[in-house]
Write a protein of this length. Structure first.
Length: 167
């Protein structure tokens, strides 16, 4: 049965909650990020994850870890954002692009004083992930919590981030 949560049906989701990931897609339904970039001119008519409502990709972490911080910033702000916008346009914003970040719980942090989502790089630096990917619309980013979670949407209650639409 497909997940009904908005993050699994529309928009861009950065997901690191393993249980939610298992409910969303089977391993054979997950696309490498590299292949996703190859699909951009020929998006699949039917998506295979979440009952046809989502496309799940992995490899963002490895991509960020392989790039120098300045190159990673440029790549996120241009190539990755363009890919997400092309996906949104291809499906008229009616499908979800989910990027699986297995270590996201340890590497994605929120800097409240600056209202900023940060990514911890492999060399212990910080990339301004929210500013680069969400184009400064970090206040509109929704926190994703496990189904039925009643606690705070931080710590174990945070399994991902969702932006309904990149502009």
């Amino acid at each position: 049965m497909p997940l009904a949560d908005a993050w699994a049906r529309r928009g861009l989701t950065l997901l690191w909650g393993a249980d939610a990931f298992r409910e969303l897609a089977s391993p054979d339904q997950v696309m490498p990020l590299r292949a996703l970039f190859g699909e951009r001119l020929n998006w699949p008519v039917d998506l295979v994850s979440n009952g046809g409502r989502a496309l799940v990709a992995t490899g963002l972490e490895a991509s960020l870890d392989c790039l120098a911080p300045a190159d990673a910033e440029t790549w996120i702000a241009t190539d990755l954002r363009d890919l997400v916008r092309e996906f949104q346009d291809a499906y008229q914003g009616e499908r979800a692009l989910v990027l699986w970040l297995p270590s996201g719980a340890q590497r994605v942090t929120y800097d409240a004083p600056n209202d900023a989502w940060l990514w911890a790089t492999a060399d212990n630096g910080r990339l301004p992930l929210g500013r680069l990917l969400f184009s400064g619309a970090e206040r509109d980013v929704e926190r994703v919590s496990p189904a039925g979670w009643r606690g705070p949407a931080e710590g174990p209650g945070l399994i991902g981030l969702r932006q309904a639409r990149l502009s």
